[in-house]
Design a protein. Structure first.
Length: 67
């Protein structure tokens, strides 16, 4: 388990990379924006971006809808 800060809350995760983190929390990777340590992670780099102890992630999930 790796301790990270996820959307402001300390969390322990099993994920080794950003894609695995998104899947672990149950969000569609096509509908998110990810920031790691104050830098945006491009979707093309989700698999190649490792998760390390102490990382700070902000994950924003986009939801469709409206009137």
């Amino acid at each position: 388990m790796t301790k990270i800060l996820l959307n402001g809350e300390e969390t322990e995760v099993l994920a080794a990379n950003v894609m695995a983190l998104i899947e672990q929390i149950g969000i569609d990777p096509r509908k998110v924006a990810v920031e790691r340590n104050l830098e945006i992670v491009p979707k093309s780099a989700y698999v190649a971006t490792p998760i390390e102890a102490g990382d700070r992630f902000e994950i924003v999930h986009f939801v469709g809808g409206g009137d």
